[in-house]
Design a protein around this ligand. Structure first.
Ligand code: NAD
Length: 244
């Protein structure tokens, strides 16, 4: 896939899937605006790149910061061609142990963060079209115990993706989402060992995804090859989820 001359904004680039997406897009010729609340991690991603990656500090829960990033990017580079919303966060806990503060954090990062970034970057994209790819989760398709509110937020991402896809199709903008299953990233490593082992056992292909395997699906949706694909949900989960 060739992204020469394309401008891509990617969140959650300091590690895991977002880092793999940023590296793949940059290697394929894109200029990547790499945003994360972990600036050191984003800088490390830029150091690993074979192409152009510009690291930025961004907390996707901060509406003013999201708009400031948009203004800065558009002023210096023009409208983005691609937005990938990969920033996310989770902590496994029984639903009944959760409280308002925990629920708000999950929804702010995993759902409203993507909504906020999408609105900000869509506006300049309207003139020339573009691609938006959201990271949801298999938890949002089939549920996941210990992740009730996270799964709700990711189910929201899926419904949001389809709805925005309908609204902006006439502008030549596609919006799709990728649902990773258990993937070998710091987010997954932070979950209790018992849960991690049980999940691997349940995966038909009997292993975790690599971040690069998830990135391959993301970059397909972000590419010209997916020009006629919108509002779709693709699981990259070794067969864990075989949802229609
Ligand atoms: P990760 O923890 O490796 O990376 C997530 C990145 O998001 C980190 O760099 C973190 O600093 C950043 N981030 C978190 N909160 C942020 C905020 N408020 N503002 C800006 N950046 C923020 O996780 P990952 O596994 O690479 O996850 C990437 C996406 O894939 C997430 O949306 C996650 O929910 C989803 N996902 C992951 C898995 C998995 O098993 N790893 C499974 C399903 C879905």
């Amino acid at each position: 896939m060739d992204f020469t001359g394309k401008l891509a904004v990617v969140t959650g680039v300091a590690s895991g899937i977002g880092r793999a997406v940023a590296l793949e897009l940059a290697a394929a010729g894109a200029t990547v605006i790499a945003a994360d609340r972990d600036l050191d991690g984003a800088k490390r991603t830029a150091e690993l790149a074979t192409g152009a990656i510009e690291p930025h500090f961004l907390d996707v829960t901060d509406p003013a910061a999201v708009l400031a990033l948009r203004e800065d990017v558009v002023a210096r580079h023009g409208a983005p061609n691609v937005l990938v919303n990969a920033a996310g966060w989770d902590r496994i806990a029984p639903f009944l142990d959760g409280d308002e503060e925990f629920w708000h954090a999950l929804v702010e990062i995993n759902y409203l963060g993507q909504v906020r970034m999408t609105k900000a970057m869509l506006e300049p994209m309207l003139a020339d079209g573009g691609r938006i790819v959201n990271l949801a989760s298999d938890a949002g398709r089939v549920g996941s115990s210990g992740e009730s509110v996270y799964a709700g937020a990711k189910g929201g991402v899926i419904a949001f993706t389809k709805s925005v896809a309908r609204e902006v199709a006439r502008h030549g903008i596609t919006v799709n989402c990728v649902c990773p299953g258990p993937t070998d990233t710091p987010l997954f490593a932070a979950q209790p060992e018992k849960i991690r082992l049980a999940l691997v056992k349940a995966i038909p292909l009997r292993r975790l995804a690599t971040p690069e395997e998830v990135a391959a699906a993301v970059t397909f949706f972000a590419s010209d090859r997916a020009a006629f694909v919108t509002g779709q949900v693709l699981s990259v989960s070794g067969g864990l989820t075989m949802a229609g």
